[in-house]
Design a protein around this ligand. Structure first.
Ligand code: NDP
Length: 295
């Protein structure tokens, strides 16, 4: 299968590298051209000048952009994806996107004989580098089976979740839980600091008790207590994910006060900390509000 990869960002790059290393002939396109050329120089991939050129020979096209509207915006125009995609190809959108927009994209592609699955991933940059991502798929199960060998180059657990949009919906809820866990752990550890309990002691107890989470077990010990705050997943993207979960809840008339409040809090953090901050850096804002350092 010929593969094209569109979007060589923080997680797209290691995912595309795994596809190249698995031996699939690979064409890449990235908005900032230099990134595509650097990638091609380091692998056997070809960097192409436009999205249409990248996908012309592809059986499987993988997109990994910030959100679904960016994927939608690449479809049209002389150099857009629809100008290059061949009938019978499959577009696998690994963007953490919006279910409703994915359904629009699927419909547009179907008119041109192209299949679509939404396939957002979880596991972070380190998971992508190890080929250990979880991939949550919405769309036809038979389409997933056709492209599974490509997904296996970066995914360890690949789960069919439902119709188009189901992967996006599940990813948004997963990341909303991550956002709740980071925020609530930071509030809790801040108040414990004021009560004279160090974060190290608190996490030692919580991680052997019922309040533990990935945030308490991994993110806080590795990124907050060390003050390392590595930039692997932009806060702006987590804000987007919680916003998707809150918007879907509203659209489905599901009362979700925790999701709505969490979305508002992460928007505040996004505004305060900007576009390049990592998601875990939201803890710094909570520390600032509380007047303590979680250490
Ligand atoms: P980045 O911000 O690092 O990269 C975004 C990529 O999209 C870049 O290649 C960028 O190009 C491209 N891009 C942005 N806007 C446009 C546009 N309008 N048209 C064309 N290309 C565009 O994001 P990540 O790689 O971190 O994330 C990608 C997706 O994966 C997101 O949906 C994110 O939520 C999800 N994700 C990320 C994880 C992580 O740990 N980083 C973990 C799990 C999911 P350019 O180089 O020109 O800026």
């Amino acid at each position: 299968m010929n593969v094209a990869f569109i979007g060589l960002g923080a997680i797209g790059t290691p995912m595309a590298r795994r596809v190249a290393e698995a031996g699939f002939p690979l064409a890449v396109w990235n908005r900032t051209t230099s990134r595509a050329h650097e990638f091609a120089a380091a692998t056997k991939a070809h960097a192409e000048p436009t999205p249409a050129d990248a996908v012309r020979d592809a059986d499987v096209v993988i997109t990994c952009l910030p959100n679904s509207p960016e994927v939608l915006s690449l479809l049209d125009g002389e150099h857009g994806l629809l100008a290059g995609l061949k009938r019978g190809a499959t577009l696998v959108d690994c963007t953490s996107g919006e279910p409703a927009t994915s359904r629009v994209i699927a419909q547009r592609l179907r008119q041109q004989g192209v299949d679509f699955i939404d396939a957002p991933v979880s596991g972070g940059v380190s998971g992508a580098e190890k080929g250990a991502l979880t991939v949550m798929v919405g769309g036809d199960a038979s389409v997933l089976e056709r492209v599974r060998p490509v997904l296996q180059s970066f995914g360890q657990k690949i789960v069919h979740c439902g119709a188009v949009g189901a992967g996006d919906a599940l990813k948004a809820v997963n990341n909303a839980l991550l956002a709740v866990h980071i925020w609530s752990a930071a509030e809790g550890l801040a108040l414990l600091a004021k009560e004279g309990v160090s974060a190290k002691v608190a996490l030692d107890v919580i991680n052997a008790s019922s309040g533990r989470s990935n945030a308490s077990m991994n993110l806080f010990p590795e990124r907050v207590l060390t003050r390392a705050f590595p930039r692997t997943f932009r806060l702006a993207l987590l804000d987007k994910d919680v916003g998707i979960a809150a918007a879907v809840a509203s659209a489905d008339a599901i009362p979700a006060p925790v999701l709505q409040l969490t979305s508002a809090l992460w928007k505040t953090a996004h505004n305060a900390l900007g576009e390049v901050a990592d998601h875990v850096e939201a803890v710094k804002l909570i520390e600032q509000w509380a007047g303590v350092e979680i250490a």
